[in-house]
Design a protein around this ligand. Structure first.
Ligand code: NAP
Length: 278
């Protein structure tokens, strides 16, 4: 199949690497010429350029630009592609994106691959980034069945775990397991930084526990801001709930209520594996 990718960064480049290894012809468009050259040299695309017209006769296009420019990218694409072309995006939030793009293009299926690294840009694109990880599709009642089927037929061979839900349900769920953890982890790092007297010793003693709990809070700031900006209400809701949990733990500790504290920690120990099923 002839597949287009707009936005040759971590996600767009990684998709290109995988799709080409499945035998598809992949054409890429990015903002900068240099990025296009690197994408071709790395084998992420067969050909690339800065003009969207390059994607004129593709069957399926993945829009992989930053969330803030997904809508404008689709609006620019529309005059250049055929009505049969299926569009999908990879944005980390879905409700606002689906709401904005659906009226523009009938053949649109919202999507979100639940995979990434702390890096960004074409240099960080990876082969097999999506294999074994969830890939969420958020079709609406208006989404044509044929468009969903076409996208599924391309994604299944990448060994992704396909899931389907409403855009709003996606945003609430990812607030809990992706966006809240970024803010909680960032707050952890910021709190450590506030204790100037012990900072140096704490930094020397930090090991695997700190590495695990600080990883997402020490990632790309731009992505964190995007999460907060475009999934604001769900993130705020989850942060309030998290603050209540923290207050509860604080109260138990201040009251020397070790039994109740142990009960909470037993519950969380039992619950954690449910989020990490193979
Ligand atoms: P990224 O590495 O920064 O890649 C985005 C690329 O898009 C940039 O390298 C840039 O390339 C290009 N670009 C920017 N504006 C453009 C425009 N107007 N037209 C064409 N190309 C443009 O970011 P990413 O992490 O791949 O994220 C891309 C999308 O994937 C976002 O919508 C994000 O929500 C989603 N996502 C990210 C992750 C993650 O963990 N990173 C996971 C799942 C989904 P140039 O060098 O040409 O400027």
């Amino acid at each position: 199949m002839k597949i287009g990718i707009v936005g040759l960064g971590l996600i767009g480049g990684s998709l290109g690497l995988d799709l080409r290894s499945q035998g598809h012809e992949v054409l890429g468009v990015s903002r900068r010429e240099r990025t296009c050259e690197i994408a071709v040299a790395r084998g992420a695309v067969d050909d690339a350029g800065v003009e969207l017209a390059l994607l004129a006769d593709t069957d399926l296009i993945f829009v992989c630009t930053p969330i803030a420019s997904l809508r404008s990218t689709v609006a620019e694409l529309i005059p250049k592609i055929s009505p049969d072309t299926v569009l999908t995006d990879v944005g980390s939030v879905k409700a606002s994106v689906v709401q904005e793009i659906t009226p523009l293009w009938h053949n649109f299926v919202g999507g979100h691959p639940m995979a990434g690294t702390a890096e960004s840009g074409i240099e960080s694109a990876l082969h097999g980034l999506f294999a074994g990880n969830p890939y969420v599709l958020t079709p609406t009642e208006a989404t044509p069945e044929a468009a969903i089927a076409l996208l599924e037929s391309i994604l299944r061979p990448l060994q992704v775990k396909l899931h389907y839900c409403r855009p709003e349900d996606h945003d609430r769920a990812v607030a809990w397991i992706s966006h809240l953890p970024v803010m909680a982890s960032a707050s952890l790092i910021a709190a450590c930084e506030s204790d100037k007297a012990t900072l140096e010793l704490a930094q020397l003693l930090a090991s695997s526990g700190f590495r695990d709990t600080s990883r997402v809070g020490g990632g790309n700031p731009e992505l964190g801001v995007m999460m907060a900006r475009y999934n604001k209400s769900e993130l705020v809701r989850s942060l309030y709930a998290y603050r209540e949990q923290l207050n509860h733990l604080l109260h138990l500790i201040e009251q020397d209520n070790w039994e109740a504290l142990e009960a909470v920690l037993q519950q969380t120990q039992q619950a954690r594996p449910n989020y990490l099923k193979p």
